[in-house]
Design a protein around this ligand. Structure first.
Ligand code: HEC
Ligand code: HEC
Length: 297
């Protein structure tokens, strides 16, 4: 609020309290006690009596109370109030109390390795709740993922599946960088290299296309996806030799990725959640693939 607006608010607020008080006070004593005002309606006459005094005092006390309230709390324009109370301050205090109460619960798992924690039912219960609140919007209620958001219940990891690697993904976030290739390769070469990618994934493709595509792959793609197409967890480059696709399994999708590039972002949660919660979350995430019957470690 600018100081002009603030001044107008203050004057308006105090002014109306003052007017209220004056009306109340000036009507306390009247000139003709016991006489009627002279108004007659259908034979009913109107007396000119003052307010009952308990009304008068109730109004007066409420005015005094509001002035006190407006001085104590921030109610007058920009005036901060004598108590120093703020909404933010109250929120912070509540958060600090919750932190003091709950942090020991999270901290008790700190020393247990993620790999061990995956069998701790109590820790996983906490992990499931943290996951539902913070992660399910993107990775799905059961960690199944969706287009652009990796499935956390399988054994394919863009950034590595050890406890420490998963923890790092959550704490610091991840930013993938698959550069666009259409400008470098042109339509035909993109088509061929896509055929090679699909053949690595195990599909039957046109041999001539695959052979040409392999050339291209060896020149431009190995740096990140590796000679054998198995990917690289330091770059978040996916393994291309199976049918697990982050961005769709059709030729159209695969070519689109190659042409336009992709840059998936996993936000960092370290600041927001702190180490102890992330530790439990990592165990929960790891437990998802362990408990998935289609996977074996
Ligand atoms: C600079 C490193 C880098 C290079 C070079 C690179 N990629 Fe990628 N690629 C990535 C990363 C990282 C991702 C994952 C992107 C994401 O998660 O958003 C990816 C994703 C892909 C995908 C999507 C896989 C899926 O699961 O949907 C395909 C297909 C692909 N790359 C093919 C290629 C081909 C073909 C080339 C060579 C023309 C190539 N990449 C070159 C890093 C690279
Ligand atoms: C805003 C959406 C979003 C939210 C919220 C989110 N993630 Fe992610 N997460 C992603 C994306 C996108 C990726 C993949 C990044 C890439 O393309 O490499 C990812 C990657 C990951 C990975 C690495 C997967 C791999 O294959 O290596 C893990 C582990 C993970 N997230 C766990 C979590 C957890 C736990 C939470 C909750 C604390 C969470 N994510 C919240 C979007 C999100």
């Amino acid at each position: 609020m600018s100081s002009l607006v603030s001044a107008i608010v203050i004057i308006g607020t105090l002014g109306s309290l003052l007017v209220f008080f004056l009306i109340l006070h000036l009507n306390r004593h009247i000139a003709r006690p016991g006489e009627t005002t002279g108004h007659v309606y259908d034979g009913i006459e109107e007396y000119d009596n003052p307010l009952p005094s308990w009304w008068y005092w109730a109004f007066l006390l409420s005015i005094i109370f509001s002035v006190g309230y407006l001085l104590w709390y921030p109610g007058l324009g920009n005036f901060a109030g004598l108590a120093g109370w703020t909404k933010v301050g109250e929120l912070e205090q509540t958060m600090a109390e919750a932190e003091a109460r709950y942090s020991p619960i999270f901290a008790q798992y700190r020393e247990t390795a993620v790999e061990e924690l995956v069998t701790d039912a109590d820790a996983l219960k906490i992990g499931r709740r943290l996951y539902a609140t913070n992660c399910s919007v993107c990775h799905g209620a059961t960690g199944q993922g969706s287009y652009g958001f990796p499935n956390l219940t399988d054994e394919e990891w863009l950034w590595g599946g050890s406890g420490e690697q998963i923890k790092t993904s959550i704490l610091q976030g991840r930013m993938a960088m698959m550069t666009p290739w259409l400008g470098v390769l042109g339509e035909q070469e993109v088509h061929d290299v896509a055929s090679h990618v699909m053949s690595m994934a195990g599909r039957d493709m046109d041999e001539a296309e695959v052979a040409r595509g392999q050339q291209t792959f060896m020149t431009y793609c190995v740096a990140c996806h590796g000679q054998d197409g198995k990917g690289n967890v330091f770059l978040g480059a996916p393994d291309l030799t199976n049918e697990i696709w982050l961005y769709g399994n059709s030729r159209l999708h695969i070519e689109h990725t190659i042409k336009q590039g992709r840059s998936g972002v996993m936000p960092a949660f370290g600041k927001q959640l702190g180490d102890d919660k992330v530790h439990i979350l990592a165990a929960y995430v790891k437990s998802l693939s362990r408990s998935n019957p289609e996977q074996s470690e």
